[in-house]
Design a protein. Structure first.
Length: 244
């Protein structure tokens, strides 16, 4: 029994080391630059899978968009066309105004990417991680997933990222389920926490660090809020005030 336990710990450590090495290598590839007179086809792109979202984050300008824009989903046909123009594509990040897993065609999209052996990186608000179907999709198709957590205080979390009946406890429970399943051998997906820092929650960073240790995630990503609106757009100045 002791020998079996030691082997399991060694395998868990080895798989974790491989995940982290792949993450570092991926970032190295993203930042590598080679001067050339010919611009090569991109090997990494970011694509928005949907504008549907079940959260109304104060740092997001999604609410300023026209109502018709909020119905947009990336279709399987459009992704097929995108992939056809990018023969050298190695990795793709699904990110944007919406919650990726709310795209009704998400499994078809992920299947296309897996068929091309493209590394898939997703940022999610974590609201759907208690859904077994969503976790199964992650284990089957996703190489790297970052869960957005901007505060470890339930009340502050609910204020920064209102998601109806879904709160911090549900996001953490879903993340823990995903990590436990991954560690049990369901996949070797890299799992991290993504935090958007503003003047409202910068004090939460030490607690975010403690939570990442408790959950045993692979990394913590820290981003600063950006103003995605152009000068002259309604709401540009209000967003700029928050950013500054």
């Amino acid at each position: 029994m002791a020998t079996t336990s030691a082997i399991n710990r060694f395998l868990l450590f080895t798989r974790g080391a491989l995940r982290k090495a792949e993450k570092v290598l991926h970032f190295f590839q993203l930042t590598r630059y080679k001067a050339s007179l010919v611009v090569p086809a991109p090997t990494h792109v970011e694509v928005e899978s949907t504008k549907r979202c079940n959260a109304t984050c104060g740092t997001c300008t999604r609410g300023k968009l026209d109502s018709e824009d909020l119905k947009n989903d990336l279709s399987p046909e459009t992704l097929t066309k995108i992939l056809a123009t990018l023969p050298d594509l190695k990795s793709l990040r699904l990110v944007g105004f919406g919650e990726t897993f709310l795209n009704p065609n998400i499994e078809n999209l992920l299947q296309q990417l897996k068929k091309r052996s493209i590394r898939v990186w997703i940022i999610t608000n974590g609201s759907l991680l208690l859904d077994e179907r969503i976790r199964n999709l992650i284990h089957e198709y996703v190489d790297d997933i970052a869960i957005s957590i901007d505060s470890t205080d339930p009340e502050e979390f609910a204020r920064l990222r209102p998601m109806g009946k879904i709160g911090l406890a549900e996001v953490i429970d879903g993340a823990r389920l995903l990590i436990n399943e991954r560690n049990a051998g369901r996949s070797n997906a890299t799992i991290g926490i993504s935090t958007t820092v503003t003047h409202e929650n910068y004090h939460s960073l030490p607690a975010i660090g403690s939570l990442s240790i408790d959950l045993d995630v692979d990394y913590v990503g820290i981003a600063f809020v950006e103003n995605w609106m152009m000068m002259g757009d309604p709401g540009h100045q209000a967003t700029s005030d928050i950013v500054n």
